[in-house]
Design a protein around this ligand. Structure first.
Ligand code: BG6
Length: 479
């Protein structure tokens, strides 16, 4: 279904995110007829560039990030023809009049401004959009992480944006919320009557959330070293996964109802202690350098891996640990949420020594799907021997072509145009997440703790296994 005609202004349109994600996602939406005729995508950046030069840049980006085989010549032509470019100076007044004039040609178009630029420019750009009368009460502004590096800077960013935009106009992207399988978490929980009655500490033994990556930080060491896994992944993406797993059912699928429930989870998180955390840094391998070489600082204490034991202080989850881990240069790219249920309270099968509970595993990537681990009888005459088998579903197999997962950005950008904030973070959520993250980062710094070295291709520092084993649990394998 096409969205309404729109003008999308992308600030930083020649930057990495725009080339890699935003523009290819828009092309893909055109390919499924969601972009209406007349919609305009307007690149805005400091570089002096003609419209033709910008069009050439974008077609190169499509070629690089979608590949020739995925492109249709006529569609590329149509996409490119809908592109325009304006040179604007984010910190000066150059170019804004031209942009205003261009947008005024289409007063009935939805206006959205995507700030694909360094957060230091968010305030300047939003002020100028207001000053030059470009932002209207109906227009939308889109921003993306890093939304601060601590609570104070996140508050400052929110304050800058709210000088000129109301909360209902601000779309804070966490691209994990746009991932199909992450949205599916809500569908599984709230679209089935089966799981919800069991979804609490009476039945759930523990939860494991893993976001493992095989890539390292080479090439983006300067950013990453100031950030680390806690700021780069936990404060945002992992926090969202935790919230969607733990939140109460919202009364309806509406932006504030969902975000209110997520916020309650964040506010119910117990403060972390150093003993609840394990930090790591990947070592050099025989083929390439390690973290310290990649960031170019032999003394860096920034973590490329973190594992946490998290407790949620509320009626539903008291007593059920949530284990989180994420890291770079691990065995594979592998993300999942595993809800591990308690073992049956009594076993009637004398041969069974150790009866593990059921587990519901939501595979986020790759091989997106769901597995329910159940116990069955082993076939044969050997008595009542039990074994565990997976009831397994992958989206690609279950849904065929419909099971193909659109890129997170495709969904999110279209939601901006539709005016649906459900999958975007509200300002108070971001601040609450920092309020929980800040103290532990400070505690690590104050204690001068060093991340533990781990091998590339491993599951992180061996010490992370203590976090789970001290409670009688075991991390699932990173496959
Ligand atoms: C980004 C982080 O937000 O998410 C990166 O800055 C990380 O460090 C990336 O690699 C992971 O996203 P995805 O979609 O590849 O899982």
């Amino acid at each position: 279904i096409p969205v309404q005609p729109f003008d999308l202004v992308i600030f930083g349109a020649t930057g990495d995110l725009a080339r890699r994600k935003i523009l290819p996602s828009l092309y893909r939406r055109l390919a499924v007829h969601q972009i209406p005729a007349g919609a305009r995508i307007i690149g805005a950046a400091r570089a002096k560039m003609s419209r033709a030069e910008f069009r050439k840049e974008v077609s190169d980006a499509l070629l690089e990030f979608i590949g020739e085989a995925g492109l249709d010549k006529a569609l590329v032509e149509e996409f490119i023809n809908g592109l325009d470019y304006v040179t604007v100076d984010a910190t000066g007044d150059n170019g804004w009049g031209t942009l205003a004039k261009k947008l005024d040609e289409k007063p009935d178009h939805i206006r959205a401004f995507y700030l694909s630029v360094a957060p230091a420019l968010f305030g300047d750009i939003s002020d100028r959009l207001a000053k030059h009368g470009i932002a209207t009460p109906a227009s939308r502004i889109v921003v993306e992480k890093p939304l601060g590096k601590d609570l104070a800077s996140a508050k400052a960013l929110n304050a800058q944006l709210s000088r000129n935009f109301d909360e209902h106009q601000i779309y804070r992207i966490d691209h994990y919320l746009g991932k199909e399988t992450v949205q599916n978490l809500m569908a599984i929980r709230f679209g089935n009557a089966l799981f919800e009655p069991l979804w609490n500490s009476n039945y759930v033994d523990h939860v494991q959330i893993t976001v493992a990556e095989s890539i390292g930080v080479a090439g983006r060491g300067a950013y990453y070293d100031k950030s680390g896994a806690m700021r780069d992944m936990v404060q945002n993406h992992m926090m969202q996964l935790l919230c969607l797993t733990a939140m109460e059912p919202p009364s309806k699928f509406d932006p504030d109802a969902v975000r209110d429930e997520k916020l309650k989870v964040i506010r119910a998180l117990e403060p972390l202690t150093i003993g609840d955390t394990v930090r790591g840094q990947y070592r050099p391998s025989s083929k390439e350098g390690g973290y310290l070489d990649h960031v170019g600082d032999p003394n860096s204490h920034t973590e490329s891996f973190v594992a946490l034991k998290v407790h949620i202080s509320n009626w539903r989850w008291a007593g059920t640990p949530f284990y989180l881990r994420t890291g770079k240069k691990l065995g594979s790219r592998f993300s999942e949420i595993a809800v591990v249920f308690k073992a049956p309270p009594h076993t009637i099968f004398p041969q069974v020594e150790h009866h593990r509970g059921n587990a519901l595993i939501i595979r986020l990537q790759p091989n997106e799907g769901i597995t329910l681990r159940v116990t069955i009888k082993e076939p044969g005459q050997g008595g009542m021997r039990l074994t565990e088998v997976p009831l397994d579903m992958t989206f690609a197999e279950a849904l065929g072509a419909d099971g193909l997962m659109p890129e997170a950005y495709e969904r999110l950008i279209m939601d901006v145009i539709r005016g649906d904030q459900t999958l975007f973070m509200r300002g108070d959520e971001v601040e609450a997440a920092w309020a929980w993250t800040d103290p532990i980062i400070r505690a690590w710094d104050d204690a001068g703790t060093k991340p533990l070295p781990y091998d590339q291709g491993s599951a992180g520092p061996i010490q992370s296994y203590k976090l789970t084993s001290s409670d009688g649990h075991l991390w699932r394998e990173i496959e």
